[in-house]
Design a protein around this ligand. Structure first.
Ligand code: FUL
Length: 699
């Protein structure tokens, strides 16, 4: 108070009578965003829709030979999509206009492989046109995904396809109004139908598309469209399909290196502190395991816990969140997906219900030119165009917020004024608890937006200290909240012998049921691991007893336990450790093949009894950096380990980008023995790993 008074006196000496001395605004520092990128960052949250032939063939990647006649939604309603997206507070929808199989959701003039040859609306429909109208009605922005890889096109890999690709781009960017984002996926080249050639075509995606020319065409046609993905893009993939950005996340990228093939995609999670271009991250993730709709995943919609984590680890870590809603065969967003999305939005809304700093007394130990235009209060005035800034060369500074009375806090939200660059390299948060300052967070970057989830403290004041910055500090927003306690769902595990272990955060009680009913505080209290080796659906909840708050319900479905399972043969590798494939724990894996022993390689499992099975799952290696992933497989069954029948074969599409459990189904058969053949691996590898093999039992 005293200090402020003195400063004011000082000012009165130097300011003209009619106002304050004008202090120059800070100079921008480093690579800067364009207005287009800022507007895009401010969208924060928007939807992805994967809906195409794959929806009807139950695939993740089509081969390119599927008939357009399979596209036959029974109750397609794009207004339902738009309503759900709008109600969730999302700002737009990116529709997959053409996926890798080449089928187009609009009647392109350049191909017959489109909705015009489908039964939907007797071939008269145009899904993009319909969606563009629905977006307009609901005040949403429209984005489009055009797969550069086309497994159908006869000329893919040759110059003719580039002309085709660019012609389609022109169609999409001229016929449907504004397109806020053009999405180019990185999956490129491999086997496919290619007009009947049925062969493998490899291309160098950095050269083949001549991205410079392609981008010129886009900007000429649609200067407001932001281009994502491959080429000299304006936003980058976050490096995983789990929707998670790095804690440290620069909106900068060494794009020149990237375009020279020198950057591994794992670097995308954090960007490059010394990047020469502003290329912010976009975190894409599906609300279910797959990108396309599969009825088998109706019960596998990501849990609320996971969705909340995704929100905080994308939007809360300086990335935009692109959430996929896989539209089903009716042509609608499924009820389960809508319900989960609503739960997510309700949770986030509650978390940010009451802002706590706007009424606090705020001060900073350095303010640019001691001028109110850059004062600490600008960080809490709710105006994104004003900011607290320090003097040039002042790269460490603190801002303090004093409350009227001790206040409970567990969320801190910070924003840099990115128009002038991303600067902060490190910062801490301290809370004054019982008169003493305690550090409650020690973090790195901020960027457009950073949100910290912290343990609840009751503080009389908070202090944010920028401990390291590339240049003077410019912060537009700091907010604090006290989110309701969120009780995480318990984890359920069952090992090979049927021993069930359920875990929750310390201090919580766990209740469970084994008969399919919903658990409550009246159900069985979990005390210690127990044995249950029959087929079962275990449901469990955790209850925080001090606040009497319950988690959502965790459901784990199991077939008969693998107690009697044995690995009876492997074509290479160590038989003694191969049991990791069937130990009930996907985090323990086992490898076979090697640089000298080439694929294909196989294992044979004896399930001990004859079962009626209608599918299997392969969980790829989960732990490690360079996962050894199987890309093509064969699966056989036998009742006697002599006569074998092939039940399923094909590819594990998209396993490289999304190494999740791969589910393959077939018509039910009786079997005691199963044989799994790894035909080929992702990349040129000869070694592959298996986390776990499961079977699907016919109920
Ligand atoms: C991936 C594609 O291969 C998937 O099929 C999906 O479209 C996803 C968003 O990008 O790389």
């Amino acid at each position: 108070m005293k200090k402020t008074f003195l400063l004011l006196c000082l000012f009165s000496l130097i300011v003209p009578v009619n106002g304050q001395r004008k202090v120059k605004s800070p100079e921008p520092f480093g690579p800067l965003p364009t207005q287009k990128q800022i507007t895009w960052n401010e969208m924060e949250f928007y939807a992805f829709v994967h809906f195409s032939l794959n929806t009807f063939t139950n695939k993740e990647w089509g081969y390119g030979d599927e008939s357009p006649e399979l596209f036959n939604p029974t109750a397609l309603d794009v207004r339902q999509w738009a309503r759900i997206v709008k109600e969730a507070g999302m700002k737009g929808i990116i529709l997959v206009a053409k996926h890798h199989d080449g089928f187009c959701l609009w009647p392109s003039a350049y191909t017959e492989r489109s909705v015009k040859n489908s039964p939907w609306k007797d071939g008269k429909g145009d899904l993009i046109k319909e969606l563009a109208a629905a977006c307009k009605e609901y005040d949403l922005k429209l984005g489009l995904y055009l797969s550069p890889w086309d497994r159908n096109h006869p000329e893919y890999g040759k110059p003719g396809y580039i002309t085709y690709f660019r012609n389609q781009l022109k169609e999409l960017l001229t016929n449907y109004g504004d397109v806020f984002e053009m999405w180019f996926d990185g999956a490129n080249g491999g086997d496919g139908y290619y007009g009947g050639a049925n062969e493998t075509r490899k291309i160098n995606s950095l050269e083949y598309y001549n991205w410079d020319e392609t981008y010129k065409l886009i900007y000429k046609t649609a200067p407001n469209t932001l281009v994502w993905g491959v080429g000299p893009s304006e936003a980058r993939w976050i490096g995983n399909e789990e929707g998670r950005a790095g804690k440290t996340n620069w909106s900068l990228l060494r794009q020149k290196d990237e375009l020279a093939g020198k950057v591994h995609y794992t670097a995308f999670m954090s960007g490059h502190e010394d990047g020469e271009k502003w290329v912010p991250g976009e975190a894409d993730v599906s609300i279910r395991p797959g990108w396309f709709y599969h009825a088998i995943e109706d019960e596998k919609v990501r849990s609320l816990d996971e969705m909340v984590d995704i929100y905080y680890e994308s939007i809360g870590r300086n990335a935009n969140l692109l959430l996929n809603l896989p539209v089903d065969r009716r042509g609608l967003v499924h009820e389960n997906d809508e319900a989960r999305l609503k739960e997510l939005v309700a949770t986030i809304k509650e978390d940010f219900k009451t802002e706590l700093l706007s009424g606090s007394k705020v001060s900073a130990d350095n303010v640019r030119g001691n001028n109110t235009e850059f004062a600490a209060k600008n960080a809490i005035d709710g105006n994104k165009n004003t900011y607290w800034a320090t003097d040039d060369n002042v790269k460490t500074a603190s801002i303090v917020f004093e409350f009227d009375k001790p206040t409970a806090v567990n969320r801190i939200l910070l924003q840099e004024y990115i128009k002038l660059g991303q600067r902060v390299k490190a910062f801490t948060v301290e809370a004054k608890i019982d008169g003493k300052w305690q550090t409650i967070a020690n973090e790195t970057t901020i960027g457009y937006k950073r949100i910290l989830r912290l343990n609840r403290v009751v503080a009389s004041a908070l202090k944010v200290t920028i401990t390291d910055s590339k240049a003077s500090v410019i912060i537009s927003t700091i907010q604090a909240f006290n989110a309701p306690t969120f009780v995480r769902v318990p984890e359920i595990q069952r090992d090979k012998n049927g021993t069930v272990t359920i875990k929750s955060e310390e201090g919580n009680r766990i209740y469970y049921t084994l008969d399919g009913s919903d658990p409550s505080a009246k159900s069985t209290l979990y005390k210690a691991p127990f044995n249950y080796n029959k087929a079962v659906e275990i449901k469990a909840i955790a209850i925080n007893t001090s606040e009497n708050i319950s988690s959502t319900i965790k459901i784990a479905k199991y077939g008969a336990s693998k107690e009697k399972w044995k690995i009876v043969a492997i074509s290479s590798g160590d038989l003694n450790t191969a049991h990791r494939i069937i130990d009930g724990n996907p985090d323990t894996d086992w490898s076979f093949g090697s640089e000298t022993i080439k694929l294909p390689q196989e294992i044979v499992i004896d399930m001990g009894v004859i079962l009626s099975i209608n599918g299997f799952t392969y969980i790829p290696q989960q732990v490690g950096n360079a996962l050894n992933l199987i890309s093509n497989y064969e699966f056989y069954t036998s009742v006697d380990n002599v006569k074998w029948t092939l039940q399923s074969q094909g590819e594990f599409s998209n396993i490289k980008n999304n190494p999740i459990e791969q589910v393959k189904t077939f018509t039910a058969v009786k079997a005691r023995y199963i044989r799994f053949v790894a035909k080929s691996a992702v990349g040129k590898k000869q070694t592959v790993s298996i986390g776990e093999i499961n079977i699907l039992e016919q109920q």
